[in-house]
Write a protein of this length. Structure first.
Length: 256
């Protein structure tokens, strides 16, 4: 379960930060030129989260990375909650935006899924942050606009269009979390899935009765042989995306 969530800070201060309406930039306000920009702060925090996970991101740690004091950092960003929103909105703004050769809606929607998968691969921490209340910054709005346009022409009413996008992104996020778990298990054990199963094959043979679980034995063996382990992130994503698109097609074709 996600322990960090977006929009947990002061809404007015967060929106002012994301949309560039900080006090230093308001008309009539003058003061010394700041040594750092919010873009530099976001980049430092994102790099830290990419390398060590979002739990490693603290105001003190980011300040150290930038070579400034923690108190100085607070003159740019109100706190950790607002910093997390700034990080999310920054990666949303820089997410790849594909232009598929096929102009059909399935190709466009698949491209949206692939782009979000690429975002999660580049920034694995994004998948574990709750965004039920998303940061309403320019990066998010541009991302949302791009994603909704993939469904244009399908005939879906606006509410169902939004729900279809939410369903698609939820699938991608689930795949991203499972892929991250698989990578973490591989790193912790220093073994690939195939190596792990081979190392434990003798023990499993002693406790697993294929006559008692015949279907599990048959299917598990087939899947393991095909994937080289119990789980393949790439296969799960490709298979699942095709099913998501099939489900959306059934919904779309029922439109009057």
């Amino acid at each position: 379960m996600a322990t960090d969530r977006s929009s947990a800070g002061d809404p007015a201060r967060t929106l002012a930060l994301l949309w560039g309406l900080t006090a230093e930039e308001k008309p009539g306000r003058r003061g010394p030129r700041q040594a750092r920009s919010t873009g530099e702060i976001a980049a430092a925090a994102i790099a830290l989260a990419d390398a060590e996970g979002v739990d490693a991101v603290t105001m003190r740690r980011v300040a150290q990375e930038l070579g400034v004091s923690p108190m100085a950092l607070y003159t740019y960003v109100p706190g950790k909650a607002e910093l997390l929103d700034l990080m999310l909105d920054t990666v949303y703004a820089t997410m790849p935006r594909s232009t598929p050769a096929d102009e059909g809606w399935r190709a466009r929607v698949a491209a949206v899924a692939d782009d979000n998968r690429a975002l999660h691969r580049a920034h694995p921490w994004v998948a574990v942050v709750s965004t039920s209340r998303p940061p309403l910054g320019p990066g998010l709005m541009a991302k949302y606009e791009y994603e909704l346009r993939a469904f244009e022409g399908t005939g879906l009413p606006d509410v169902e269009l939004d729900a279809a996008l939410t369903h698609l992104l939820g699938f991608v996020q689930t795949c991203a979390r499972m892929a991250a778990d698989e990578r973490a298990a591989r790193q912790d054990s220093a073994l690939t899935d195939e190596q792990w199963w081979a190392a434990n094959a003798e023990l499993l043979a002693r406790v697993f009765d294929p006559e008692r679980y015949p279907v599990a034995a048959r299917v598990g063996a087939a899947a393991g042989a095909a994937h080289g382990g119990a789980y393949s992130p790439d296969h799960a994503y490709a298979f699942g995306l095709a099913r998501v698109l099939d489900g959306l097609e059934a919904l779309i074709t029922r439109q009057p």
